[in-house]
Write a protein that binds this ligand. Structure first.
Ligand SMILES: Cc1cc2nc3c(=O)[nH]c(=O)nc-3n(C[C@H](O)[C@H](O)[C@H](O)COP(=O)(O)O)c2cc1C
Length: 215
C-alpha cells in the first residue's frame, strides 16, 4: 500500500509535466529485490547504443539515480565509495523534459533547465538523443572542504575520476537488472553542457552515461 501511494505521488508529480517539466521529482523508494544476481549482471554487462526514445518508469529512474549516488545506510553514506569521505561528484540527469540535479540525501531530482538538452551531452553521437536519461558526472571542488584531509587539487580530480568509475559500473549493473541498456561516454560537448546546466567555471565535467530502453 505504501509503495502504491509512493508510485501515485511520483506519477502525479510527473503527470503535471504534460506542458512543463516538474520543478522537482520525488523518486520512489528503491526496490532492491530482483531476479538477476550480481554475477549474472556482470556476465551481461556491455555498452549499448541502440536506444529507443521511451521514458523510464519512476522506479527505474529511481534505481538508476540511487545506483549512481544514492544513500544506502542510516548514517547517510552512499552506494559508492568516496575518497576521504567527500562526496565530490554531482550527478545530473538529462531527460527529454529537462536537466535535473540529483539530490542524494532526499532522493529527489531538482529541475535546473526545462527542455530537451540530451544532444548537449554528446559531441554528435545520435543515439544519445534517444536514450531516456543521460547522466552527466561533474566534479564539485567545493565538496572537498568536507574531506577528512584536503588533498592537493591534482589529487582531487584524480580521486573524482576514480569515484566516477565506481558510479558508472553501479549504474551499468542496475540498468542490467531492469533490462535497460547503458553506454559510458567521454565525448561530451563540455562548453555547451556547462552553459545549459548553469555550471560554475570551477566545476569539471568528467563523464556521461546514457541509459534507456533498447531495441
Ligand atoms: C572512459 C570511457 C569513455 C568512453 N567514451 C565513449 C564515448 O564517448 N562514446 C561511446 O560510444 N562509447 C564510449 N565508451 C564505451 C567504450 O567504447 C566501450 O566500453 C568499449 O568499446 C568496450 O565495449 P563494451 O563496453 O561493450 O565492453 C567509453 C568507455 C569508457 C570507459
Amino acid at each position: 500500500m505504501k509503495k502504491f501511494f509512493a508510485t501515485l505521488a511520483v506519477t502525479l508529480l510527473m503527470s503535471t509535466s504534460a506542458f512543463a517539466a516538474p520543478n522537482e521529482i520525488v523518486l520512489p523508494t528503491v526496490e532492491t529485490g530482483g531476479n538477476l544476481s550480481v554475477m549474472q549482471a556482470l556476465s551481461q554487462r556491455k555498452s549499448s547504443r541502440n536506444f529507443v526514445d521511451k521514458n523510464l518508469t519512476a522506479q527505474q529512474l529511481s534505481k538508476i539515480l540511487w545506483a549512481a549516488d544514492g544513500v544506502n545506510r542510516p548514517d547517510g553514506k552512499r552506494v559508492n565509495p568516496a575518497a576521504l569521505g567527500a562526496y565530490c561528484v554531482e550527478v545530473y540527469a538529462v531527460t527529454s523534459e529537462g536537466i535535473y540535479l540529483y539530490e542524494p540525501t532526499n532522493h529527489k531530482l531538482k529541475l535546473i533547465a526545462e527542455g530537451d538538452f540530451r544532444s548537449t551531452t554528446t559531441t554528435g553521437q545520435s543515439f544519445v538523443t534517444k536514450a531516456a536519461v543521460n547522466l552527466v558526472y561533474v566534479e564539485n571542488p567545493d565538496a572537498w572542504s568536507t574531506a577528512r584531509k584536503i588533498p592537493p587539487r591534482e589529487s582531487q580530480l584524480a580521486n573524482a575520476n576514480i569515484v566516477v568509475g565506481a558510479m558508472v559500473q553501479s549504474v551499468a549493473l542496475a540498468a542490467q537488472t531492469e533490462g535497460l541498456g547503458n553506454c559510458v561516454r567521454g565525448s561530451i560537448n563540455r562548453d555547451e553542457f556547462k552553459r545549459v546546466a548553469k555550471l560554475s567555471d570551477e566545476k569539471t565535467i568528467l563523464l556521461a552515461q546514457s541509459v534507456g530502453f533498447v531495441e
